[in-house]
Ligand binder design. Structure first.
Ligand SMILES: N[C@@H]1[C@@H](O)[C@H](O)[C@@H](COP(=O)(O)O)O[C@@H]1O
Length: 262
């Protein structure tokens, strides 16, 4: 694992992410952002929107690819990941919606949509920085336990745990949570040049410990981050509470050479 940063709260994590992304946009105005849904990235998107708006950073050429989408859910549904990304990222940052891609969960074309999505990412030159949350079972994107660590974008069946976790977005009614999704594979995610995983709260502590310090296993799909040359895991104290090496991570971050970026 490249680096674990233990922060006081989500705002602090958000500022670190925002700094990374604004530096990237200034350096590469048509950069490619990897976008994620869920509550974990929200403070990071807010910090980024603040920076972009206050510093009048030109984002007109920024491109983006979301990780995943529910299968068979109308993209106009407020809880579709297309709607969520529009609401939480595209609008606050003022991105060009035409340049932001979300996997197509339309059941008529979903079999071919995965390979087409991976090709579109490759044609764009690959993702520069991919933000990630993590499920309580260690999933990233919607790669549930057992996902191939070499997988490309494809259809997956959601676990009951994920559907329970996500029922809060569907009137607390699990029967309204779609049973399938289309998600970037672990192999797709690992191709991004920089991975930034955010996790907060005690509910994520076990998944974070497995990810960072457990064996690399498809049983904890996020553990594939250990194979990536540039992965940053940003967690609060509660999410870090099961990490055996946390004193070292704090020491290493406090003594980080000023020339070294995250
Ligand atoms: N597909 C998303 C994941 O990308 C996200 O990481 C996870 C955790 O969400 P949260 O950050 O709200 O805990 O939820 C969903 O399953």
């Amino acid at each position: 694992m490249a680096e674990v940063i233990i922060v006081r709260n989500q705002d602090e994590a958000g500022k670190i992410y925002a700094q990374c992304v604004t530096d990237l946009i200034v350096r590469k105005p048509d950069c490619v952002l990897g976008l994620a849904t869920g509550s974990s990235p929200l403070a990071a998107y807010e910090a980024l929107a603040r920076d972009v708006n206050e510093r009048h950073i030109d984002v007109s050429q920024v491109r983006g690819f979301a990780l995943d989408e529910y299968a068979g859910l109308d993209p106009r549904h407020p809880q579709s990941y297309r709607s969520t990304i529009t609401r939480t990222v595209v609008e606050p940052l003022g991105l060009d919606p035409e340049k932001i891609h979300v996997p197509n969960g339309d059941l008529d074309s979903i079999q071919e949509a995965g390979a087409a999505y991976d090709e579109a990412i490759a044609r764009a030159g690959g993702v520069d920085i991919q933000i990630l949350g993590i499920g309580t079972d260690g999933h990233i994107g919607f790669n549930e336990p057992g996902s191939s660590l070499a997988s490309g974008t494809r259809i997956k069946t959601l676990t009951e745990q994920t559907r329970i976790d996500n029922a809060r977005f569907f009137d607390d009614d699990i029967s309204k949570v779609p049973s399938h999704c289309i998600t970037q594979g672990i192999g797709t995610i690992l191709k991004a040049r920089h991975l930034v995983l955010l996790a907060f709260g005690a509910g994520k502590a076990e998944a974070v410990a497995e990810t960072v310090e457990g064996g690399i296993s498809s049983f904890c799909p996020a553990s594939a981050l250990q194979l990536h040359p540039h992965a940053t895991v940003i967690v609060d104290e509660a999410a870090a509470s099961r990490l055996r090496n946390r004193d070292y991570y704090k020491y290493a971050f406090a003594n980080k050479p000023s020339w070294q970026q995250i």
